[in-house]
Ligand binder design. Structure first.
Ligand code: ATP
Ligand code: MG
Length: 564
């Protein structure tokens, strides 16, 4: 593990800056509880960045005895779908959070938002504008040059009310009119230059059907939705900092009574070797670069679940990365560290061979099987023991044998001894090769009958211990070896992030596992000794059990990176 990651792993942490704000409120008596919300737009599946926001919002509510709502920000019917609503709910529950009876939709507030828009018209703070989107953007000016006023800016209240109602009634085509706020055309904050509140969109909404053909913009819906739900701390990512004056302007201009929600921005999560935007993830799914949103290589929550990640590991990760006010990129090795740490405590070990070569124990009786005792989890005594069958023909990993080893090679080689985990010492006496290819086909060994359990009777030591599986008892499995989806640390840097896809991100091999896996259930995590953590896949269409590799045992990547 590199030093940067070590730094990121703090066992006890200080208050994050949002907690500091809350503590300060408590000290100066301006505290009125904590009521947060997680406000996803149902236009895609949640990713690990969303998990950070979920843990933060639900976590703050829990810490301060408050509440956290789930609110779907569903103001754009064209991109949204119930498929996404359902997946988002499932993912939040799986992460271990509960919105109880507080499931809301911005679309629940469409009528109220419409009424508030009329309030702004009556206060001469908004107007119906006939400019096209192109015209508006041409007239926007630059931060130094004020915008050109819309020629419709001074329409009368009556005319605006009438036109707005007719917009609502569907009398005008899409894009022909908008409702805009009348704020400040010279503001250096471009969001304050008469932003659009409503647009015409003749589109069916997944909840309100065809009732509406005007839809509020995100900015107009968001703050008021927070107000309606009595949100105290409206937490969002940094890119919304420049929207904050507008957020506050709406609440004040409508004339809402305090307490008003307070918007607080934090830095979004960026992960190395990962793209983290729904749009890009959607591109990978739609272009079949991956097998769906829950492909185990995806940084989506369902992808991580499918890969074998646990909710605890993701919550721990979110806790460790903390909450910052400045953009940064977290090393993906930290996420991998968190899952290893959790699975190390929880998973049963089994032995399995993924790249087999046959070992024949020449002095072991034919047709005999011996049941050997193996520990399920050395980290957890309550996990107990199991029996592993041992017989004359075994498989070991091909790279646990070397015909001409260097001095520091402690695994199996001609004339040398090695320990078979939970079994015996074996010594290699002979090797058989395929005469054409020269590939080793059999390794002939003898075993020391006095070394049962891996200890010699005469105190003779061997350095190497390798895993193995009895050939005739082995269960053949399909093993999907997943690796990082992208080759470079920042896949978004280049022209097209898809060109950075790692062609070796999935390798499928046959595995030979000890027979105890016959009872393995979908979603169950295992450690394959010396190889990594694996999870039973939900795929039942293949004849063999399918295992996905969650993560290798060691952080092989940071080593190879250092060698670069
Ligand atoms: P994306 O940029 O990936 O498309 P988004 O911001 O459009 O995501 P939303 O559905 O609007 O997705 O996000 C819901 C909540 O999750 C928002 O409050 C947003 O700030 C937060 N969020 C989104 N991405 C991240 C991230 N990478 N890190 C932390 N929070 C995030
Ligand atoms: Mg968004």
């Amino acid at each position: 593990m590199n030093n940067e990651i070590k730094l990121q792993i703090k066992e006890t942490r200080q208050l994050n800056f949002i907690e500091e704000i809350i503590e300060k409120e408590k000290n100066n008596n301006s505290f009125s509880g904590v009521h947060t919300r997680f406000p996803p737009e149902p236009n895609g599946y949640l990713h690990i960045g969303h998990a950070k926001s979920i843990c933060l919002n639900f976590g703050l509510a829990k810490k301060y005895n408050g509440k956290c709502n789930l609110r779907f920000d569903d103001t754009n019917p064209v991109a949204e779908d119930v498929e996404y609503v359902d997946s988002i709910k499932e993912d939040i529950r799986w992460l271990g959070f509960d919105w109880e009876n507080r499931l809301f939709y911005a679309s629940d507030y469409f009528q109220q938002l419409y009424e508030w828009a009329k309030v702004l018209i009556k206060k001469e703070k908004s107007f119906v504008c006939d400019l096209t989107a192109d015209e508006v953007s041409r007239m926007r000016g630059t931060p130094a040059i004020p915008a050109t006023p819309s020629p419709f800016r001074n329409r009368s209240v009556e005319e605006n009310l009438n036109l707005f109602e007719r917009m609502k009634n569907g009398e005008f085509p899409d894009g022909s009119k908008t409702l805009r706020a009348k704020i400040d055309l010279a503001s250096p904050n471009m969001h304050m230059r008469d932003p659009v509140l409503y647009r015409i969109l003749h589109a069916s909404h997944h909840r309100t059907g065809n009732k509406w053909c005007i839809y509020p913009m995100y900015d107009f819906a968001h703050g008021q939705s927070d107000y309606i739900e009595r949100i105290t701390h409206s937490i969002c990512t940094l890119e919304f900092e420049v929207h904050r004056p507008l957020y506050e302007w709406f609440l004040n201009a409508i004339g809402l009574n305090p307490p008003l929600p307070r918007q607080i921005e934090f830095a979004r999560l960026n992960l190395s070797f990962t793209v983290m935007s729904k749009r890009k993830l959607m591109e990978l799914v739609k272009g079949n670069y991956v097998n769906g949103w829950d492909d185990p290589r995806m940084p989506t929550i369902c992808g991580l679940r499918h890969r074998g990640y646990t909710p605890e590991s993701i919550r721990n990760f979110a806790e460790r990365i903390g909450v910052a006010k400045r953009e940064n990129t977290i090393d993906v090795s930290l996420l991998e560290f968190c899952i290893r740490e959790d699975l190390n405590k929880k998973t049963n070990r089994i032995m399995g061979v993924l790249n087999p070569v046959k070992v024949i124990i020449t002095n072991f009786p034919d047709n005999q099987t011996e049941e050997l005792n193996a520990i399920n989890n050395p980290e957890d005594a309550s996990a107990g023991n199991r029996k592993v069958p041992f017989s004359k023909e075994l498989f070991i990993e091909r790279d646990d044998f070397m015909e001409n080893p260097p001095n520091n090679y402690f695994r199996l080689s001609p004339g040398k001894e090695v320990r078979l985990r939970y079994a015996y010492y074996i010594k290699c006496n002979n090797i058989i090769k395929n005469p054409q290819t020269c590939e080793i086909t059999e390794i002939h060994c003898t075993y020391d009958t006095e070394s049962k359990g891996g200890k010699s009777a005469d105190g003779r030591k061997v350095k190497g211990t390798i895993h193995w599986v009895s050939a005739k008892h082995a269960v053949e499995c399909e093993v999907r070896l997943y690796d990082r989806l992208f080759k470079s640390e920042n896949p978004e840097e280049g022209q097209d992030f898809k060109e950075d896809l790692n062609p070796d991100s999935l390798k499928i091999v046959k595995g030979y596992l000890e027979p105890s896996v016959k009872t393995a259930k979908v979603g169950e995590n295992y450690q394959f000794e010396r190889l990594g953590y694996f999870v039973v896949d939900k795929d039942t269409t293949t004849k063999n059990i399918v295992f996905n590799r969650t993560v290798s045992l060691k952080d092989v990547w940071s080593k190879t990176m250092k060698n670069k």
